[in-house]
Design a protein around this ligand. Structure first.
Ligand code: SF4
Ligand code: SF4
Length: 535
């Protein structure tokens, strides 16, 4: 098993101390991996790029990562910190654009107002949830069922078709790690080679300064993200108000902020890829969601094997390798991998679909004048020479379930209004009979979900001749985010009483933008018995 000190996995100790994989990669293709990847073709024990910091480090070829263990978890439970190299290429650029758009979207949501509320405002204190103009109260929480199942089926379908596209392109963890925290790290500590060298170097004033600046930046960014996150629950003005008061004035919010900032900082500063590998449940169920026809990032074995060597001076496949595959075993795809795997060993659970190895290998292929796409997005069927089938039982099933879920969710959302109401029978006798009438008494509870007062009219329909309602002769006003409970009495004359009946109670806003109704049963004695009693 790899990553065990003392066995063939010397790579583990190398990785845990900064690793030499990347150096080997650079040795294999000196002019291919530009920037961080560019290094002289050095023999074992030569002066590596780390020499810039006065450190001579041996370079020797590590055994490739295996599929039998996780590169970043050693057998003794320790975790080697990875220093993935930077990549350049169209996927890197596209992912960065998508990430910046997503970050802008996350930042903008609390500022964008729809119907007087932030686009996403989960007002837990008032038990009101505002989502893109739709306001749901606590009693509308059943809608969550449709939201969660809808998201679940969407994710199932997307994964069955496109593999871990979510992980690589849109997951907030990846977005913030790759495009915020790693960027900060690179600005302060330099490229992967410099970072690794700094990590291995003794503590000097320069190293201490860089580390303090980096971690201070991490903490500031983590606090900013958590403040924004809090705004989703209490609104921006409230966050601003909390910030302008002493922490003990809002100690619970302050404690939440401090703890969540610490967790975020820990995750992005140190835990990183471990969250994807050992915690995220979505990552764990990948193998159940994808099949041979799902789009994945993979290595074209037929084209790449057997691996050749780069010609040291020209950067071309060495002489005598006419039958060699296109892979020159430069390890560049391994060095850029943020989870430390070798994609050439096949699809692995640790692959988060970040596309770094595609760009890295494309850069290599371009330099050695081979077609790009040795590592690419494709299905495993296509990699084995078959045709990719998009229409498959599982994609059809997920699509049907998603369609049904979306239809029901659309209907459910259309039933949500800025007010809700309920009618309950008053406790005690279900009906009252006196000398002239039969009476039922109810309580009508109207909930105003808006944060401004609103007036409502209440009326009844479907009552038989001779029945009248008491209690809501005029429109009633309900305060902002408030509720009103008021009695409603339905009275039926004894002469006109023909037995129990069903009627409807309606509540409408003054603008008549909606008319909510509830069916209610009027209870009473058997009409025949009442008549006999009257005679
Ligand atoms: S797959 Fe590409 S990047 Fe990876 S070792 Fe082979 S040539 Fe280098
Ligand atoms: S194998 Fe490639 S796509 Fe997967 S995590 Fe590593 S670099 Fe990213």
């Amino acid at each position: 098993m790899k990553n065990q000190p003392g066995n063939s996995s010397d790579v583990s100790s190398e990785v845990s101390h900064g690793g030499t994989k990347e150096e080997v990669g650079r040795v294999a293709v000196p002019s291919v991996a530009s920037g961080e990847g560019a290094a002289p073709n050095a023999p074992s024990g030569s002066q590596s790029p780390l020499g810039a910091l006065g450190t001579t480090r041996p370079t020797h070829k590590p055994p490739a990562p295996t599929r039998n263990s996780v590169t970043t978890i050693l057998s003794d439970g320790s975790r080697p910190f990875l220093f993935p190299a930077d990549t350049r290429g169209r996927f890197t650029i596209a992912r960065r654009i998508v990430a910046l758009l997503l970050i802008a979207f996350y930042l903008a949501l609390p500022w964008i107002k729809i119907n007087g509320y932030p686009a996403v405002f989960l007002d837990v204190a008032e038990r009101r949830f505002h989502l893109f103009g739709i306001t749901a109260a606590a009693q509308d929480l059943w809608l969550l069922f449709f939201v969660i199942t809808g998201l679940g089926f969407s994710l199932f379908l997307v994964t069955a078709l496109l593999g871990r596209i979510w992980c690589g392109w849109a997951c907030p963890h990846t977005v913030f790690l790759d495009h915020v925290y790693r960027r900060i790290e690179r600005w302060i500590e330099g490229d992967a080679v410099k970072r690794r060298a700094l990590d291995a170097a003794p503590f000097t004033p320069l190293k201490i300064t860089k580390r303090i600046v980096k971690h201070a930046a991490y903490i500031v960014v983590s606090a900013a993200i958590m403040h924004l996150f809090l705004a989703y629950f209490v609104s921006l003005p409230e966050v601003w108000s909390m910030m302008s008061h002493a922490p003990f004035a809002h100690w619970s919010a302050f404690a939440f902020m401090a703890i969540s900032t610490a967790i975020l900082y820990f995750n992005f500063a140190w835990f990183r890829e471990q969250l994807c590998i050992v915690i995220c449940p979505y990552g764990r169920i990948q193998s159940a969601l994808i099949d041979d026809h799902s789009l994945v990032i993979g290595y074209d074995v037929a084209r790449g094997e057997p691996r050749g060597k780069a010609h040291a001076s020209a950067g071309l496949p060495a002489v005598g390798l006419a039958k060699a595959g296109h892979c020159i075993d430069c390890f560049r795809c391994v060095h850029v991998c943020p989870t430390g795997i070798d994609i050439r060993q096949g699809l692995q659970m640790e692959c988060v679909g970040c596309t770094a190895c595609i760009d890295a290998c494309n850069e290599v292929m371009t330099r050695i004048k081979r077609p790009r796409g040795l590592i690419r997005y494709d299905s495993q069927a296509a990699f084995s020479g078959s045709r990719t089938r998009w229409l498959r039982p599982r994609t059809i099933l997920y699509s049907v379930l998603l369609l049904i879920g979306a239809s029901v969710a659309t209907w459910a959302l259309s039933t949500v209004h800025s007010a809700s109401f309920g009618v309950t029978r008053m406790t005690g006798a279900p009906y009252i009979v006196d000398a002239t009438s039969v009476r039922n008494q109810f309580l009508v509870r109207i909930v105003n979900k808006r944060n401004e007062p609103a007036r409502f009219t209440v009326r009844v329909s479907g009552t038989p001749q001779g029945a009248n309602s008491i209690g809501f002769d005029n429109a009633v006003e309900v305060g902002a985010l408030g509720e009103l409970v008021q009695p409603l009495i339905i009275q039926q004359s004894r002469d006109g009483y023909a037995g129990p009946f069903r009627f409807e109670v309606h509540v409408a806003d003054e603008a008549q933008s909606f008319d909510l109704k509830r069916a209610v049963d009027f209870l009473g004695p058997e009409a025949r018995l009442l008549k006999e009693e009257s005679q």
